[in-house]
Design a protein around this ligand. Structure first.
Ligand code: SF4
Ligand code: SF4
Length: 387
């Protein structure tokens, strides 16, 4: 039996943190799941779970569901141990706790609604701006020459608008990440350790802890499969390819003096097309998997935020690909305005949505790699079949 009365309990800022603390005490006595993922080995290194520790453990959890289905204390047992859901609730709260500026923390709570409003306003502003500042003959004309996009919106205006929103996003995300890193006990020296960074990059890059101790992610009918992991990969690498496409297009512009739009075989177009298809497949797949997830593993308070982020990624890809296919037609002007409006809204809302979860998870994996090496002396962290 878990000796909860022998445990020193930290004061907590919320009921979700208090519940996660209770479960970690039970799990720390049981330890049956220690080989499933990174959460349990990290938990075993602690006797008292402060809020920062619980946010760290919650960010290590990939919500694979394996520990719920393996647990002899899961509901209807009176201990009601449901680690995936408890840690999902802590994760959801952590996004608000580390939001910057603090006044915007509430955006996470009503994320779906607020992102929808921002997206609609942003798209409307770009379309109205295009209509107001362009002659209808130019707006609805056919433009295929290099620099065609900039006939509708000056390049300098695009750079100022998107440079400003990108910079704001970066500052907000980095400030939140710094607060998170300090709270989970991370140090500056750890961030400079290549071995920890490399281990975390490998673990994040292959979503090592999403496979339920190598059995696969549990789905709605209790069968462990890796579909959710594949959709995650499609989304993550699709996003990276689209980002790489934008960076290379910028280098084309400034270093080579070549203006968009580019031919279908040019590197920015190839990367953007593959990335866009990955984002469409990944976002649709993740949304379908979310609907099918066992309710016992879900924290439904996150649904609006997850769905809004997936919808923004989907819309970014669909409008981008539509622009690529129809750029030699009179629809190009309005499609460009639509795509720019969606991308602007995506950047503006990145620090207040599911995107930050990827940043916090990476930092938690860095901390975990460092922590495990200091205990085991091995560069290979325990957990997920390695214990
Ligand atoms: S989830 Fe259940 S089985 Fe796993 S360590 Fe915790 S109490 Fe034990
Ligand atoms: S990653 Fe999976 S096994 Fe580990 S705590 Fe989360 S749900 Fe449980």
């Amino acid at each position: 039996m878990p000796a909860t009365n022998m445990h020193t309990t930290a004061a907590h800022a919320s009921a979700a943190l208090k519940e996660a603390d209770r479960l970690m005490v039970v799990c720390n006595s049981c330890r049956y799941c220690e080989g499933l993922c990174a959460v349990f080995p990290a938990m075993e290194m602690r006797r008292v779970f402060h809020d920062g520790d619980l946010n760290y453990l919650a960010s290590l959890c990939h919500n694979c569901g394996a520990c719920y289905f393996d647990c002899q204390f899961a509901p209807p047992h009176e201990f009601e141990v449901d680690v995936p859901r408890a840690l999902a609730r802590v994760r959801a709260e952590s996004y608000q706790v580390y939001a910057w500026p603090r006044a915007f923390a509430g955006v996470f709570a009503r994320n779906g609604l607020i992102i929808s409003v921002i997206a609609v306003l942003s798209v409307a502003a770009f379309i109205l701006g295009f209509v107001a500042y362009n002659d209808p003959l130019v707006l609805l004309g056919i433009h295929t020459e290099p620099g065609a996009f900039y006939r509708l919106m000056r390049h300098s205006t695009m750079v100022i608008l998107f440079g400003a929103v990108f910079l704001y996003s970066i500052v907000a995300i980095v400030t939140g990440a710094r607060m998170f890193w300090g709270d989970i006990g991370g140090s500056t020296t750890t961030l400079a350790e290549l071995s920890s960074l490399w281990q975390a990059t490998k673990d994040a890059g292959r979503l090592r802890y999403l496979d339920g101790g190598e059995a696969g992610c549990m789905n709605h009918d209790d069968r462990p499969i890796d579909r959710r992991k594949h959709y995650h990969h499609a989304t993550f690498y699709g996003f990276l390819l689209c980002f790489a496409s934008t960076v290379i297009a910028t280098l084309y512009h400034y270093l080579l003096g070549r203006e968009a739009p580019y031919s279908w075989y040019d590197v920015p177009v190839v990367l953007g097309t593959i990335g866009g298809i990955g984002l469409i497949v990944g976002s649709l797949g993740l949304f379908a998997a979310k609907l099918q997830r066992d309710p016992a593993l879900r924290d439904d308070s996150l649904f609006g935020m997850d769905a809004a982020f997936l919808a923004m990624l989907f819309m970014t890809s669909v409008t981008g690909l539509a622009l690529l296919v129809l750029r030699s037609t009179p629809a190009m002007g309005l499609l460009l305005a639509l795509h720019l409006g969606v991308v602007f809204a995506l950047f503006l809302t990145l620090p207040y949505g599911k995107f930050v979860h990827g940043i916090y998870r990476f930092l938690a994996l860095v901390r975990y790699a460092k922590e495990q090496r200091s205990v085991t002396g091995s560069s290979q962290p325990r957990g997920n079949g390695d214990a």
